[in-house]
Design a protein around this ligand. Structure first.
Ligand code: SAM
Length: 233
């Protein structure tokens, strides 16, 4: 049960690159709430300027969330509506938004999603790999636990999606090759941006490509099943 006198926490999806990828409802919501909690207020300024959004914003990120969550919840309990955005895409997908959403639910605050872009979905649909079963792995841990996570995936009958940074891309591809084998694989890079690129082949093809083309930008790695029908010609 939610409490009527409280404000609503809107989870608002914003572009993953191209500023035009935002819904009318998202712009309307960002313009009308009392406050926007943004992962990086400087980063989101560009979006606000583009759509003439003058709503006050505060930062909400991994390292200030313990202090920020009670402030945002107190604001919602006063009856103010708050919009939550991340640097790119849908808040709650591989970012700290989840913790605030959980806390709002625990406090009987209404949570509403304003859907829009997310790199995971744009990546998988343009990959050409099967979409009937998708396993979203997000980021592998930076150090410990990587091999265990990958080993757990060996027998999964699904297309697997990872997020990765340019600094760890080669390491991750090498480990995927070693543990999951030379499966069909796709990398979507800089989706919706000027330098968008989609590379299709096998894990070894991608590794060869990025060994001679330095990884730059943002990446979604998509790994297909080890099935003859799934390989690209
Ligand atoms: N909340 C975001 C979403 O809905 O996709 C994801 C946030 S996560 C912190 C950032 C990661 O998402 C990047 O490291 C990259 O793996 C992926 N990503 C975000 N934007 C992207 C883009 N334009 N092209 C490719 N991958 C992207």
């Amino acid at each position: 049960m939610t409490t009527d006198s409280y404000g609503t926490l809107y989870i608002v999806a914003t572009p993953i690159g191209n500023l035009k990828d935002i819904t009318f409802r998202a712009v309307e919501t960002l313009s009308s709430v009392s406050m926007i909690a943004a992962e990086d207020t400087r980063h989101s300024k560009k979006l606000f300027q583009h759509y003439n959004i003058s709503t006050p914003s505060i930062s909400f990120f991994e390292h200030n969330r313990t202090a920020r969550i009670p402030q945002i919840v107190a604001n919602l309990k006063k009856g103010n509506h708050v919009a939550l955005i991340s640097d790119a895409g849908t808040p709650g997908i591989s970012d700290p938004a989840y913790k605030l959403i959980r806390e709002a639910i625990a406090e009987d605050i209404t949570v509403e999603s304003i859907p829009g872009p997310t790199a995971l979905i744009s990546g998988i649909v343009s990959s050409g790999l099967p979409t009937d079963r998708i396993l979203f792995e997000g980021f592998l841990p930076p150090k410990k636990g990587r091999i265990k996570r990958l080993t757990n995936l060996i027998d999964q009958d699904a297309t697997i999606v990872f997020y990765e940074s340019p600094y760890r891309l080669i390491k991750t591809l090498k480990e995927i090759l070693e543990i999951l084998g030379d499966r069909p694989a796709v990398i979507t890079r800089e989706l919706t941006k000027m330098n968008e690129e989609i590379i299709r082949g096998t894990v070894l093809d991608l590794l060869t490509y990025f060994t001679s083309n330095k990884p730059r930008g943002e990446f979604v790695i998509i790994i297909g099943k080890n099935d003859a029908n799934v390989f690209f010609k």
